[in-house]
Design a binder for this molecule. Structure first.
Ligand SMILES: Nc1ncnc2c1ncn2[C@@H]1O[C@H](COP(=O)(O)OP(=O)(O)O)[C@@H](O)[C@H]1O
Ligand SMILES: [Mg+2]
Length: 360
């Protein structure tokens, strides 16, 4: 139902149209559930000028202003997923974070949900990770809090856990990190075996969102490195994500699970009444000399059921494997290498930004 200026008490602002929740959802290109969520969570959402029996009524101009501001202030939250380990997930996430910051001037938050803690050690080094882990300043503490007996106070401290301006590369200006811990394996199992009654007021897939929603929009990009499964920890990552990428080695076994990921993520998003967009597949460890790699890439690109394949493939190179070591460097060229590695990551990041912004 659209109200015009004349249908209700004068709206002064030069015949400004009045709109209901249905029109707001249409203007924003989202479902009404999403609009309802914005209204309850975002204090910047305009107040209705009237509450009718059919629902609240807003000024269209205020809604338009809100949507514009919302768009420019919101972080893009993107998960990195593959059900297979060793496919370059962590390497891709680390490179994206560093290139987004150093080359494209974006503020980036990295959330490491993989108990392997590789991304954390790439970004802060082994020693720093150990001391954070000893102090309980990792995401494991957040999940452990949900498992504490009633009455015991939570221990997760967002301020102390959030590591600011990480990365050993000087050119990287703004990459912050929420570190992972090996204890996430244990937590994952215990969360999965909890009785549902225990979670009556404590949804196990909503723990991360509740803890970080205050800070997400301080960033342009939030990258979530997920473990190679679709367990509760991964679902926590997906719960805050607008989209996801799938890094994969272009071989038979690494690409096998992609349709399953698509299906499961879609089902999870549907259950929330939201969308989690398929951003694309990132081809990693590519060997042009391998017939299997060439054929698999061609097959991925032809299959219209699969997410798009980013045009730049990341080549398999010693320099890239070596980039996982935490040593000081001034530039990303030094870190990733001069033989096309730097260039590949840079153009992959550029393609990533385009796809994410197109889909927003
Ligand atoms: N493009 C590449 N060239 C060579 N080695 C790579 C490349 N990408 C990743 N690696 C190496 O392969 C291994 C697995 O990569 P990683 O990013 O940790 O995968 P995942 O996070 O999927 O388990 C690591 O030892 C990493 O250094
Ligand atoms: Mg990894």
């Amino acid at each position: 139902m659209t109200f015009t200026g004349g249908a209700l008490p004068d709206t002064s602002e030069s015949g400004d149209q009045l709109v209901g929740l249905f029109e707001v959802a249409e203007m924003a290109g989202v479902s009404r559930t999403v609009v309802a969520n914005w209204r309850t969570r975002d204090k910047r959402f305009p107040a209705p000028i009237a509450d009718l029996r059919s629902g609240p009524v807003f000024r269209a101009s205020q809604i338009r202003r809100y949507l514009k501001r919302r768009k420019s202030h919101m972080a893009h939250v993107i998960a990195t997923i593959n059900l297979k380990g060793g496919v370059g997930k962590t390497t891709t996430t680390a490179a994206l974070a560093e290139f987004l910051s150093a080359e494209f001037n974006k503020r980036v938050l990295v959330i490491d949900l993989d108990p392997q803690t590789n991304l954390t050690t790439v970004l802060v080094g082994e020693q720093k990770w150990e001391s954070l882990n000893d102090s309980g300043y990792t995401l494991a503490t957040l999940f452990q809090d949900a498992l504490r007996p009633e009455g015991e106070s939570p221990k997760f401290n967002l301020g102390k856990t959030l590591q600011q301006n990480v990365s050993s590369v000087d050119a990287v200006r703004k990459v912050d990190l929420l570190p992972s811990s090996l204890d996430l394996i244990d937590v994952q199992d215990r969360l999965a075996s909890m009785s549902s009654g225990r979670f009556y007021s404590n949804n196990p897939t909503d723990l991360l969102r509740k803890a970080v929603r205050k800070i997400l929009d301080d960033y342009d990009y939030v990258l979530v490195d997920c473990p190679p499964n679709l367990g509760i920890v991964t679902l926590n990552g997906l719960r805050i994500s607008d989209g996801y990428i799938i890094p994969t080695i272009p071989d038979v076994l690494s690409t096998y699970g992609i349709p399953q990921i698509q299906q499961r993520v879609r089902a999870f998003a549907d259950s929330l009444g939201e969308t989690i967009t398929e951003i694309g597949i990132v081809v990693t460890k590519y060997r042009a000399a391998s017939a299997v790699h060439r054929n698999t890439v061609a097959r991925l690109e032809d299959d219209e059921e699969l997410p798009v394949v980013l045009p730049t493939y990341i080549p398999e190179r010693d320099n890239i494997a070596g980039s996982a070591e935490f040593v000081g460097r001034s530039t990303l060229r030094q870190k990733y290498g001069y033989q096309g590695e730097y260039k590949a990551f840079r153009s992959m990041t550029e393609e990533f930004i385009e796809l994410v912004e197109e889909n927003a």
